[in-house]
Ligand binder design. Structure first.
Ligand code: MF3
Ligand code: CO
Ligand code: CO
Length: 295
């Protein structure tokens, strides 16, 4: 696979003017400054009203993500995906959470081939044989919902298809370890057990995260073997989002301070859900009609 490295523009998306948010959109606290402020210091237990709001933002994130997936084809640029996400989000009455989050310049993360995550949309057209992760987070009624999928662009080699398959399995294996009283550390253990003896590796640099009125907060969800303390409790909402590499599990961050690429140029894939711990198990908040088949 061709390694990609290119210069990003460092300016905030010219499509977006923080002083002209469309009518009816309530943006998150960082939209103008880039500073997300603080999250709770320990994993939060959400009440029923907050859970209902989480269900709405997660459902919207999934709907926009599925629409993006249908656009994916050779020739499409990631800037076009970004423009689409901005328009669809505002149309749906929500704010695209990445936009100006810690100065991220665009409305969506698009991570192609050797890019593990946090890829910044640009003018490169997708090529036949690429893989692309699209990571959508939206902010609606005060709460964020976060999900991502990796897509095949045109015809992808067998190895790339296997990378996507196993990455999706890692996500669902991780989610199967979730429920009331279950240790957070069980997720990473199960993911690593699934990959044992394969050529695929978890990229430990990126974790899942608690989510709510804040984009990222406790708990940290490790997808590698770990000793993170604590157990899951009903009302907790967090993401599971293992990033899996075909080769090295080490990463570099490019000078844009966002784009994470594998050190050896190998491809990486990732799938993400936001989930709720219930009294009896787990509810996947970002599941849509397409993913019902996968669970
Ligand atoms: N959506 C990513 C995640 O899963 C976070 C992206 S942060 C951004 O946690 F600023 F790059 F958008
Ligand atoms: Co995400
Ligand atoms: Co996330």
């Amino acid at each position: 696979m061709k390694p990609m490295c290119y210069i990003h523009n460092f300016i905030l998306n010219p499509l977006f003017n923080p002083s002209h948010i469309p009518e009816g959109i309530v943006p998150p606290p960082y939209y103008a400054t880039g500073d997300p402020g603080s999250a709770p210091s320990t994993p939060e237990i959400k009440d029923e009203t907050s859970i209902q709001a989480m269900r709405r933002s997660c459902k919207l994130a999934r709907q926009i993500l599925d629409k993006c997936g249908q656009l994916v084809r050779p020739g499409l640029t990631t800037d076009e995906i970004d423009k689409f996400v901005m328009e669809e989000s505002f149309k749906a009455g929500c704010y695209p959470s990445p936009l100006n989050y810690r100065n991220f310049p665009k409305a969506v993360c698009t991570s192609v081939n050797n890019c593990v995550c946090h890829g910044v949309p640009d003018s490169r057209p997708l090529e036949d044989g690429d893989i692309i992760n699209i990571d959508i987070t939206v902010f609606k009624d005060g709460f964020h919902g976060d999900c991502s999928e990796t897509y095949l662009v045109g015809i992808v080699d067998q190895s790339g298809v296997e990378l996507l398959d196993i990455s999706r399995q890692c996500l669902y294996t991780g989610i199967q370890q979730c429920g009331p009283g279950k240790p957070f550390s069980g997720i990473g253990k199960a993911v690593e057990n699934l990959l044992y003896g394969t050529r695929f590796r978890v990229v430990p640099a990126f974790t899942g995260h608690g989510i709510g009125r804040y984009f990222h907060g406790p708990p940290d969800i490790y997808h590698c073997r770990n000793r993170y303390p604590g157990v899951m409790k009903p009302g907790m909402v967090f993401t599971v989002e293992p990033a899996i590499s075909e080769g090295s599990d080490k990463i570099y961050i490019l000078e844009d301070e966002w784009t994470a690429i594998t050190t050896d140029g190998s491809r990486s894939a990732q799938f993400e859900h936001t989930i709720l711990i219930t009294e009896t198990g787990v509810e996947i908040l970002t599941v849509g009609p397409e993913q019902e088949k996968e669970t």
